[in-house]
Structure formats: C-alpha cells, structure tokens
Design a protein around this ligand. Structure first.
Ligand code: FAD
Ligand code: MLT
Ligand code: ZN
Length: 530
C-alpha cells in the first residue's frame, strides 16, 4: 500500500506524538557512564615499564608551559584536582575501556602542544591524544596512566573562503559547530555522523571517519586538503594547504588521516566543503527481506543516482530498541524485518520530488518495498534520521554493546548477523526474545550503500566468556569473505591483535616501520593499532 508514503497528514499525526531529538553522543553523560560497572578484559596489554611514572616535578614543568586552568592533575601526581574530574577522560563512550590517567592537559595553541610533546618525548612519558572521546574502538582513552592530551581548547575557525568553500580550522572544533558555521555560508561539511554534537574534526581526521554522507562526498582522504600536525618530538609539520591540487612529492598528510593518534597530534585541518543542497528528501521504507533491501539499493542508484545522498538500513531488533528508547513511533503501518532510509539531496526540489516519487512507486509496485513514509518537512526529516542515528545510543541503553564495523560485499553482508546469533544460541548464551540470557540482542544496521555493516551484540555486561564466542570468529568470517575488519571506526585497542585479518605481514611490518620513523620512542598512543 502506497498511502502512508503519500498521505502526509497520517505521517504528521504519527510523528507529532514523539519528541524530536537527533541522536547525539553527548546524551550519555559522564555520570551515566560511570553508573555501570566496568570490566577489564583479559586481553589488556601490560604496562610498558619503560614509560616514566609522573612525579610532582613533571607537573611543575607542565605548569611552566601551560595556563593552570588547562591542567587537571590528581593528588597522586602532586596536583590538586578531584579524580572525579578526570573520569570522563579515562572512560570511552561505550564504557568498555577505562584507563587510570592522573593528568589531563588541555593546551590552547599548537605551540603548547609542541612544548608538551617535546617534554614527554625527552622524558619517555606516554601520551594519548583525545578529541571528543566518541571513538568506538578504545583508541581515545588511556590504557594505563598515559597523559591525556585533550584538543578541546583548540577550537577556533582559522579562515573560510566562500568562493572555493575551503575551511581552515583548529582540530578541536566540534563537527556540528563547523557544519552550522558553513551552513550560514551556503555550504555543508563533507561528513556527518551521529556523534556530530561531540566529535572533533581532528578526531574525525585521525579516525578517517565515514558516516552517513560517505556515499555522496566520499572519504576524508579526498576532502582534507591540508593538516597541521605536531610530531612526538615537538616538530610542527605545517602542511595546511588550501589547494585542491598539489603534486609536490609525497602526500604526507594522508599518513595522518586514519592514524588514530599514533603518528602525530593533529592541531589544524583544512578541508573542502561542498555547496549545501537546496532540496532534501527522506523516506523510510519497510522491507521484508535482506534480498529486497539489495534490490531497493540497486534501483535507487539506477533511478536517483545523481541525487542519492544516503542509503542506510537497519533490522527489526534495532528498530525495536530505537523506538523503545526514543519518543518516536514507527511511521509505517506495521513492523518489518528490515528498514531502509533513502535520502536525496539536490538543487531542484520539484525535480527531486518527482524522481523520488517515481522510485518509491516503482518499488511498491514491484513489491520490493511493502510500506513507506516520505517526510513532509524538516522536522519529519530529523525524526526519520533519529530512527537511524539513534540506534547506537539506544543499544547502549539496552546493555553492554559489542560493536563490529565491517566492510563485506553487499550480497553476503547480513549473513554474519545470523551466523553470530547461531553461535551464541549453540553456546546457550542467547535466544531471540529471551532477555534472561547473557546476550540480549544480536542486530545489524549501517551504511549499506558503502558495503558497511554495523554488527552489534548487546549483552548484560562485557565478559570474556561471551567475547570468546565471536572473537576471533567474526574476524575470520570477514577475512574469508574478503572484507575489512574496520570499515570506519578504526583499530584502536580493540582490534590491535586482529589487524592480521585485514593486512598482510609485510604491510603490518611497513606500518610498524612508519610508526617508529615518526615516534621512535613509542610515546604516542601506545598499545594501539600496531
Ligand atoms: P576521539 O574519540 O577522541 O579519538 C578517536 C581517535 O583519534 C583516538 O585514537 C585518538 O587518540 C585520536 N585523536 C583524536 N583527536 C586527535 C587529534 N587531534 N590528533 C591526533 N589523534 C587524535 N564513526 C564513523 O566513522 N562513522 C559514523 O557514522 C559514526 N557514528 C558514530 C555515532 C555515535 C553515536 C558515536 C558515539 C560514535 C560514532 N562514530 C562514527 C565513531 C566516532 O564518533 C568517530 O570515530 C569520530 O571520528 C571520533 O572523533 P572524536 O573527536 O570523538 O575522537
Ligand atoms: C553509526 O553508523 O551509527 C556509527 O558508526 C556508530 C555505530 O556503529 O554504532
Ligand atoms: Zn557508521
């Protein structure tokens, strides 16, 4: 039936019942993070005894380099900050990893970052760079007592060229704030993700974040034009190019994109911002099988290729969680095994409306899609996006969430969800619908347009007994299907020991050589990636 796609009044009435809020990492506050008991994994690497343990003399040195209000040091290292103030810097967003740092430094300039790193390098003090701390692989928090180097005070826009759309800014600028800034000038950031209200552009570059606009604007490897990076020995690499074309030898900035804070600290970013689309349409569709999701994607590209800006999917378990935790109602007439969100962005509203309507009609007539809803205004668009972007937060509220962000060829992409569920069932840890078992949900969602699945397993707590059922199985599964063990979140601490499933040993060997070239003493983000 086509009615709910066409009948805007029905849709509006349904949506009016729910409060609108776009999923945002800031919604889990530090106090909530610490209300859940945290497990330390058997796989946690032991502390490298070569790293210096901080003393009050070190704190005095940092005080001579930085304004006092930018330093948080606990009494354990001769400071006076309440350890509670450091908790938010020590625990990750998933509440899965927790360090024991006693010192957080929040420099306000590139020169201060350079002074800190030079001192740490000379004194063999380990450092973890931290942006918005929304990373999902344990990369942004200390493993032991590393100094946290927070970039949050480096948050100025350095310049904007409205003709070329080139933005230059500090690394600690929050993605959503940058998007608001360029929106006022008719442009958009080339990336968008559920954590936009908290993550920093420097963190985005350091993780080579993907997100929901990857389908349209591609990777940060293409959008980033220049970087300013401070190396572990304090050298400032000023590569803040504002040019799209620059073929002057090796493109060093590419090495830092996706390096997860292991090669240098990014302090400045310049990047290309596309024109903001004048016309945006969003539809949510109910689909009866994963096969039909693929048919819908193929047809969407055929019919709306030039205006298609996102094609996301999620399964019924994700929908259940998001509707439970957000004040939203399903805009469709009933429940479906799969949901698809299609977004078009273009410059001519009537042209885009017509193309999308034709696509939706064709999908319905061919019975690829069983029901759908087309947003009638910006508020409905926001609510539909909440249904997709609110999934991570909803799963986090359901329980301890194991996250795998894998790239798998589209035809077999969803099979891994069933295979993992079967393994957990065979081990007696999971039965769909039975919340008394240790594992409550096994579900999948993601950026299907980019072959990127988010496989999530929600348990009552993180524990090795559960983890061992699907690790390394999930990585072996991905390797055997020629996939990647990380499509967008990176390696961090979580996947460090599993890199071999996506990289050959000569490649890992060269990665290690690059690491020791930039960071011979290994002080920067130790225990992570390689
Ligand atoms: P952090 O979490 O602070 O750090 C991440 C890594 O980068 C760490 O290794 C850290 O050491 C390093 N780092 C941070 N800043 C710097 C710097 N200035 N210089 C050097 N190294 C640095 N990711 C996606 O790719 N796509 C998504 O769609 C997506 N959606 C998300 C939705 C939610 C609700 C959440 C919580 C996370 C999501 N993420 C997603 C993951 C995360 O938001 C991204 O990885 C983001 O880019 C991290 O930015 P951050 O500033 O929070 O970095
Ligand atoms: C997303 O696409 O929602 C993010 O990558 C976060 C997640 O994987 O949960
Ligand atoms: Zn994602």
């Amino acid at each position: 039936m086509l009615t709910s796609i066409r009948n805007s009044s029905v849709l509006t009435a349904q949506f009016r019942l729910g409060a609108c809020r776009v999923g945002n990492a800031t919604t889990l506050k530090a106090s909530q993070l610490f209300s859940r008991k945290q497990q330390r994994f058997a796989h946690t690497p032991t502390r490298n005894a070569g790293f210096k343990q901080l003393t009050s003399a070190d704190i005095e040195q940092f005080k001579s380099m930085l304004p006092s209000e930018t330093i948080l040091a606990t009494p354990a290292v001769g400071g006076s900050s309440d350890p509670v103030e450091l908790e938010g810097f020590n625990a990750d967003w998933l509440n899965k990893y927790r360090g024991a740092s006693q010192l957080v430094l929040r420099p306000k300039s590139t020169q201060e970052v350079a002074d800190i790193l030079r001192y740490c390098n000379e004194n063999q003090i380990a450092v973890v760079p931290q942006g918005g701390n929304t990373g999902l692989v344990g990369g942004s928090v200390p493993v032991h007592d590393e100094v946290v180097l927070s970039l949050r005070n480096l948050n100025k826009i350095r310049g904007y060229d409205e003709v070329s759309g080139v933005l230059a800014c500090d690394a600690g600028c929050v993605l959503e704030e940058l998007d608001n800034y360029v929106a006022e000038r008719g442009h958009t950031m080339p990336l968008d993700l559920g954590a936009k209200g908290s993550c920093h552009i420097g963190g985005n570059v350091a993780t080579n974040a993907g997100g929901i606009r990857f389908l349209r604007y591609g990777s940060l490897h293409g959008s980033v034009l220049g970087l300013e990076v401070v190396l572990p020995d304090g050298t400032i690499l000023d590569n803040m190019s504002l040019l799209r074309k620059d073929n002057t030898g090796y493109d060093l900035k590419q090495l830092f994109i996706g390096s997860e804070g292991t090669l240098g600290v990014i302090t400045g970013v310049s990047l290309l911002t596309p024109r903001r689309p004048a016309a945006v349409n969003v539809a949510v569709l109910g689909v009866s099988s994963y096969e039909q999701v693929q048919v819908a994607f193929k047809l969407a590209r055929q019919r709306c290729g030039e205006i298609l800006s996102a094609f996301e999917f999620w399964d019924a378990s994700c929908m259940g969680a998001v509707l439970h935790h957000h004040a939203l109602r399903n805009p469709l007439s009933s429940e479906f095994p799969f949901y698809v969100l299609i977004e078009t962005s273009g410059s001519n509203k009537s042209h885009d409306d017509e193309k999308l309507s034709e696509l939706l009609e064709e999908l319905m007539e061919a019975e690829v899609v069983e029901d759908g809803a087309l947003a009638q205004d910006d508020s409905q668009i926001a609510k539909m996006w909440t249904m997709r972007e609110g999934i991570p937060e909803s799963l986090g509220k359901t329980g301890a969430t194991y996250k795998y962000d894998v790239s798998i060829p589209i035809p077999v992409l969803y099979d891994v969800v069933g295979d993992i569920a079967s393994r957990l069932e065979a081990a007696g840890l999971y039965k769909q619908g039975d919340t008394t078992r240790p594992v409550k949900l096994v579900c999948g969602y993601g950026h299907i347009g980019d072959s990127n699945l988010h496989l999530n397993i929600v348990a009552d707590k993180f524990q090795d007994k559960v983890t061992d059922i699907f690790e390394p199985f999930v990585y072996e599964w991905v390797q055997s299907h020629r996939g990647s063990i990380s499509a967008e979140h990176g390696i961090g601490l979580m996947k460090r020991d599993y890199l071999k499933y996506s990289k050959s040993s000569p490649m890992i060997d060269y990665m290690k050589r690059i690491k020791s070239l930039f960071d011979p003493k290994g002080i920067l983000n130790p225990y992570k990636v390689v």
